[in-house]
Every structure is written in structure tokens, then in C-alpha cells.
Design a protein. Structure first.
Length: 595
């Protein structure tokens, strides 16, 4: 069961409504998102590219640009060391395109996911050196590549790190028991990463491509390249920001908003072909489309083949080649989907058989699962069980695992306390990757669960309701006004409205796969509206039956007068059908609230 909570932040909604010509309800939703100053409201509603932060504030930016320009003007070959996921592939492309535009020579290289794992390594450095590259610039990685950077420096190369991951630290405990973090940086010539404590940049939520975009912005500015050339890189930055699951707040919202608007009509061959092969030919491509269709296709390459394949699609200037590569990526993603379903089913069985669901942090190891899929499977299990999950797969006595967490648990810090058990590990509060010896898995399971501090209460999913709102407040104008809040995604979710009492006048199950519940609902003031529910219909039926009996349920489906009275959270929209526009709501959660 989930807990419903109504956001209760106070502010003068009427004054805000008047100042920004919006409805008080919209003002209230924005206050719930933590906005305080009038300037914050203005930027949220009407922020444009002029509101992006000044990239020169990033620590080491000026030094990095000076070194990069020097490498370009000396005609040096530049090695762009990226990563195999979407953020890596796109940040690699942004640097490649930017450096070429500034007259430089560069190539992009990513590590092999299976054989090498994440991050700049000695092989990449060695190859760069033998190719004659004088400069290595990383993106979406590098902050933890101590050894590889040292090697590159010993070989006499210039090394510029651009990254957005956490800086590695050791915890030292002094005699008073205070924990002090001692940070460790690679010995690069410049380290550009907003996560550094002493970086004065005002926002640390950029993805790797966001940081790369800032680097190219500065490079273009110092080379006198027009802003429009920079803005051509926005769709790439936007895709990476969404696919890397960054919070869509602050300038990330602006990047994604403007990037998506350009994406649908991009002249870029690779993106055009992929969009067409995904069946997304339309006016506007949403953050949802990016997160669930475009992103996974680019990710599939690094998972099942090599990231070079995805990078090649971005770099090609040949239409036929782009078409062929886009088709390959889409079919690779199709096999990825099928393999994920198999792994997920195996996980469910294991969790039931070994009673893993009893643990607050669930840890399991799958047989014959492609190691690049364990993170996706962990994410699905986390959604289902609403608790932190770590899924691994074994090869030659070593388990490679990936974890996904919930808000209440900082997985990176939890794992940091067990670092003695790992061969390698890294990540964020909400997601982490690790490798460990088979015999350490059980120790990890016990230690993490003992130390996690999670209570039953903290494992209950919470639904944050923005505004309890009766149906009569919904109008076409209001639905359109809600578009001002887009793009929706992580950190800026669709607002949630709710009403406590709906009589269900009629219900029917529709859709090709019988997976949509269509209802006509009526509230206490007698206003009725069409309502759609795309969730678990069996669970909904069971709930109705438990409270009102089978007869009431049958009457509801027959459209006969019935006592069914349910509370819904919902989001309003406009339904266009046969040239007629009607208001409707999409139900997200249900429960019964006693009168
Ligand atoms: Mn990233």
C-alpha cells in the first residue's frame, strides 16, 4: 500500500498568480517544487537559453580551454575518451563535433563494457600515444582514473578531465570520532567537474554531456564561432540529460526544453534516421520518448555490442549508412528488451524461492544473464518491491553487479562503507556499479542490511499530491496552462491532483490488450467526467470487491446504480476524438477513503 501525502507548502499564491499571469493552482504546484524567489519562478516559467549559467565559472575551465586551444593550434591529434552509455556516447560526440568545428583533429574512443569496464584505462592511453595523440580529453568519466591519467602524464600527454561523477574520497575518522572526507583527484592538467567541492559553478546537476556542452561553449566563444553553432548541439545534450536520468531542474530544464524543440526537426542524419526507425515521426518528441525509446536504442550498442556503433551513427555523413546503422540499433534494442524480460522473470523466481523479499536491501545473483542488463533488471525490481536492489551475474568467480536505490537510502555511501569487499565500485546515491568475489556476496548482503537503517515506514512508497482539486476546476485553459511546467521527468514530475470521493457510474475494460480501464466518474458536486486507468486493473477490481462486494462491482461494469466510492489521484488532459474535444482525467493511484 502506498501513503498519500498532500504537499502543504505555504506562500501567497494569489500574488504569485498575478505577478506571473498564471492561475493560483499553478503557483501552488511551483511552490511545491521548492521555488521561492520571484526570479526562480520567472526562470522556471519563461527561462530561455540566456538564463544558462556562465560556463567559465567551472573550476579549471579557463585552463582546460587554453590547453585545448593549444593542442588544436599545434595540430595535435586529440583523443576523446568517452563512455559506453548514452551520456558517454553523446558527450563524446559533442566534444568531437566542437573540436572539429574549432579546426582540431580528434577521435572518440570508449572502453569495452564487458572486458574493461567503466572509465579511462591504460589500453586507451597506450593506443592514443601510439597513434600520436598529444592530448586526451575525457567526458562522462575520468574523475576516478588515477592510474591511467598518471600513465598518460608519464608519456608526456596533456590530460583534460571533464566529468560529472562524484570525486573519490577516503573517510578518515579522527580521535573524536568525526568523519572527514579526504578527496583524491587524478593528476590531470585540468579537472572540470561541478561535483568538486571547491568548484564555484552554481549548479552541480549537469550530466557528462552538459559539462561537454559547457566546454564547447567556451571553446566557441574564444574562437569567435557563432552561438547558433553551439545551439545545434542542444538536442544531443538534452538526450543525454534525460537518458542519464538527471533532475530536470535549474538549467537542465532549459537545456531539455530547448533541446527537445530542436530535436524533432534536427537536420542531423543519425538522429533523423533513428527517430524514423523508432516510429517517432512527429511534431514534438517528449522527454518520455527520449527516456524510453531513443535513449535505450543508443544504450543497446554499448550493452550488447560496442559503443563505437552508436558513436558511428552520430558521426556519419552518409544517409544510407545512417539508415542501416539506425536499423541495426533498433533491432539490437529489441533483443535487449527480450533478454531483459527473461532475466527479470528469473529474478522474480529467485526472490520468491529464496525469500529475498524479506530483506530491506535485496541482493541477488542471476545465472546466464548478460552483465550489461543487470542494472535494468535491478531498476524494475526496485519499482516492484520499492526498496534498494542489487543484481549481479557471475563469471570466473567474480560477480559484476549493479544497484538501484530509493530516495530514503544513499547507496553510494552504503557501499562506500563496504569498500573492502569490492574489486571495483562507483556510482551515485541512487545507482551504483560494483564487482566482487563470489564469496563476498553473502557478507555484503548481511552487512548492508544490518547497517542500512531503513524502517518499514521508509520502505512505503509515498504519493505526493500537489493539489487536492475537484473536477469542476478543470478547464481547457487550465490543461494548456499545465504545459508551462514541461518538460516532465525526474526531478520535475507531472503534478498530481486528487479528489477523495468518486462514484463510478460506469466502467469497461478496453484496448487491444485489454489493459485500459475506462470509467465515467462523478464527484460530490455532481460533476462527471471520463477517466482512464492504465495500471493494474485486477488490483483495482479486487479493491472494489473487498470494500463493496461482488454485486456492486458487477453493477459498476454494467453501468447500473452502485455504491462504489473511490479516491483517485489524477492528471487532466484533453481528448480529441472525431473533431470533438472533451476533458478527461488519467487516474494514477486509487484507494478507498471512508466518509
Ligand atoms: Mn553520465
Amino acid at each position: 500500500m502506498e501513503k498519500w501525502m498532500v504537499a502543504a507548502r505555504k506562500a501567497d499564491f494569489n500574488r504569485l498568480a498575478e505577478t506571473f499571469s498564471i492561475s493560483p493552482v499553478l503557483a501552488r504546484i511551483m511552490v511545491n517544487r521548492g521555488l521561492k524567489e520571484d526570479e526562480d519562478f520567472r526562470r522556471y516559467l519563461y527561462g530561455d537559453l540566456g538564463d544558462l549559467h556562465d560556463g567559465s565559472l567551472l573550476k579549471d575551465m579557463n585552463k582546460g580551454i587554453r590547453l585545448l586551444r593549444q593542442a588544436i593550434s599545434e595540430g595535435q591529434l586529440i583523443c576523446i575518451a568517452s563512455d559506453f552509455d548514452v551520456d558517454g556516447v553523446f558527450s563524446g560526440y559533442i566534444l568531437w563535433q566542437g573540436i572539429r568545428m574549432a579546426g582540431g583533429r580528434a577521435y572518440v574512443i570508449a572502453p569495452d563494457r564487458i572486458h574493461e569496464g567503466y572509465g579511462l584505462n591504460e589500453r586507451i592511453v597506450g593506443e592514443a600515444h601510439s597513434k600520436g595523440a598529444g592530448c586526451i580529453i575525457t567526458c562522462d568519466n575520468g574523475i576516478a582514473a588515477m592510474e591511467a591519467v598518471t600513465t598518460a602524464k608519464e608519456l608526456g600527454m596533456t590530460v583534460i578531465i571533464t566529468d560529472h561523477h562524484e570525486v573519490i574520497y577516503q573517510s578518515n575518522i579522527d580521535e573524536n570520532g568525526n568523519v572527514k572526507k579526504i578527496y583524491e583527484l587524478p593528476e590531470a592538467d585540468a579537472v572540470i567537474d561541478p561535483k568538486q567541492e571547491d568548484c564555484p559553478y552554481p549548479f552541480d546537476g549537469l550530466c557528462g554531456a552538459g559539462v561537454a556542452f559547457k566546454v564547447i561553449e567556451q571553446l566557441y566563444m574564444s574562437n569567435g564561432i557563432p552561438k547558433e553553432n553551439l545551439y545545434e548541439l542542444l538536442p544531443f545534450t538534452a538526450i543525454a540529460t534525460v537518458a542519464d536520468v538527471m533532475d530536470l531542474v535549474d538549467e537542465n530544464r532549459i537545456i531539455v526544453k530547448y533541446g527537445l524543440h530542436r530535436l524533432a526537426k534536427t537536420p542531423h542524419l543519425g538522429l533523423q534516421s533513428l527517430i524514423r526507425h523508432c516510429g517517432l515521426n512527429k511534431e514534438y518528441i517528449s522527454a518520455y520518448n527520449v527516456g524510453f525509446v531513443i535513449g535505450p536504442c543508443f544504450n543497446a550498442a554499448g550493452r550488447l555490442d560496442t559503443a563505437q556503433m552508436a558513436e558511428a551513427l552520430l558521426q556519419t555523413e552518409d544517409r544510407e549508412e545512417a539508415e542501416r546503422m539506425a536499423a541495426d540499433l533498433v533491432s539490437l534494442n529489441q533483443s535487449r528488451k527480450e533478454m531483459t524480460v527473461l532475466g527479470y522473470e528469473q529474478a522474480l523466481e529467485k526472490i520468491a524461492k529464496e525469500e529475498i523479499y524479506k530483506d530491506k536491501i535485496m541482493i541477488l545473483c542471476l545465472e546466464d544473464c548478460h552483465e550489461s542488463l543487470v542494472g535494468i533488471i535491478a531498476g524494475r525490481l526496485k519499482e516492484k518491491y520499492y526498496r534498494p536492489v542489487i543484481v549481479g551475474t557471475e563469471a570466473n568467480g567474480i560477480i559484476k553487479a549493479s544497484g538501484r536505490s530509493i530516495e530514503a537510502y544513499n547507496m553510494y555511501e552504503g557501499l562506500s562503507e563496504c569498500r573492502d569487499l569490492f574489486e571495483r565500485f562507483g556510482g551515485h546515491a541512487m545507482a551504483a556499479g560494483m564487482s566482487l568475489k563470489v564469496e563476498n556476496l553473502e557478507i555484503l548482503r548481511r552487512r548492508l542490511n544490518e547497517k542500512c537503517g531503513l524502517t518499514e515506514e521508509s520502505l512505503m512508497p509515498v504519493v505526493h499530491i500537489d493539489v487536492p482539486m475537484p473536477l469542476e476546476y478543470i478547464s481547457e485553459g487550465f490543461v494548456q496552462e499545465l504545459e508551462l511546467l514541461e518538460p516532465f521527468g525526474k526531478g520535475n514530475s507531472k503534478p498530481i491532483f486528487a479528489e477523495r470521493h468518486f462514484n463510478i457510474l460506469r466502467a469497461s475494460v478496453i484496448g487491444k490488450n485489454k489493459n485500459v480501464l475506462k470509467m465515467i466518474v462523478k464527484n460530490d458536486s455532481g460533476v462527471s467526467m471520463e477517466a482512464l486507468y492504465f495500471g493494474d486493473i485486477a488490483a483495482f477490481d479486487a479493491c472494489v470487491e473487498a470494500f463493496y462486494g461482488l454485486e456492486a462491482r458487477n453493477k459498476m461494469y454494467a453501468g447500473l446504480p452502485n455504491p462504489v466510492d473511490m479516491a483517485f489521484t489524477y492528471y487532466p488532459s484533453i481528448n480529441e476524438f472525431g473533431g470533438r474535444r472533451t476533458l478527461q482525467i488519467t487516474v494514477q493511484h486509487f484507494q478507498r477513503i471512508q466518509r
